[in-house]
Design a protein around this ligand. Sequence first.
Ligand code: NIG
Ligand code: FE
Length: 413
Amino acid sequence: MPTLITNIKELLQIREGSVSRVSGAEMKTLPTLKNAFLLIDDGLIKDFGKMENLYEIRVNEVIDAKGKMVLPTWCDSHTHIVYAGNREGEFVDRVNGLTYEEIAAKGGGILNSAKKLQQTSEDDLYKQSAKRLDEVIKLGTGAVEIKSGYGLTLDAELKMLRVIKKLSENFPITIKATFLGAHAFPSEFNNNKEGYVDLITHTMLPKIAAENLAEFIDVFCEKGYFSVAQTEKIIVAAKTYGLIPKIHVNQFNSIGGIQISVKYNALSVDHLEVMTTEDIESLKNRTTMPVALPSCSYFLGIPYAPAREMIDSGLPLALATDYNPGSTPSGNMNFVVSTACIKMKMTPEEAINAATINAAYAMNVSETHGSITKGKKANLILTKEIPSYGFLPYAFGSNLIDSVFINGKQIKN
Ligand code: NIG
Ligand code: FE
């Protein structure tokens, strides 16, 4: 039996099914309907329109949204939420003046998380991760991509990917898995980096593909991590197993990661804190979605991705959290949307587009998520009473979410 939401003050992000992403100046528009209704049936958006055009219909439940807004749930296309423990100690080290890179050089960073994860059982890892997932759903996230990359051995990478699989079986939201074995070099490969690349391409990838544990391949392409040549080798190997590239590039340095990613039609390139004019040029007229992670810049005190320059050059842009223990211990997409406006000078319309329709594209779910479109999943945010949608980024730090609908089912906070 259907559910009807009535008297919606403003229904946001209404798109034709044919629209899978918006670029450049189009990002400034956010199609909406004031004083609207929305009908949910069978977990999907069945219909919507102006209240004056509402017709007689037998429903199970009517939810009065007077003064409140409805928008599609956020899609978080870049996270590392399956991790063990935390890195609060490193946070304090940074407060005391060490940089993220200095901490990593001392054996902290990703290797620190890998050590913890290797010692954590699959069950415990599942429990820790499920708690984070529960939290982000209540914060309005209705689809999430999750990476491996804190295992760095065959067994531990498989453990992470199996946890991601179990989360996707047990949670109602859409979850996409990414294999990020190339996140850092384990110390035993310090003098044999190619040996680790071989382990990834010859041992890990075939096993992961055989168990169908990942849809995407990721590499941390960065000075001190994986070179452009190593990134290319891994992308090429992964493509033979049908994995689609989504690559960490340009977080600290511009070394050619964007060019190699677009060469192989990466679905997305993520981070982009350090961008040259050539990098922006390389992304023009491509299917690759640039993804910015402003919470990471906020937490590490590194530059923000130059969103204005990218959008003003006609590029699309998506936003994601990067939720992980080292650079972004937060999975709050509302904070991401606010920070994109406050620090990256994106307008509320641009930020909402970046966190919904473009974010859905960046994780290959735009057919079912990212907009108010008939037939898409009824994954919705019902806001509290707010004067205008600009209030979402403006009132940063306030929780303005009344409740979230996943597959049409209301989840109350
Ligand atoms: O996206 N940059 C690479 N990976 C993560 C951080 C990893 C960590 O510090 O644990 C990121 O920021
Ligand atoms: Fe990341």
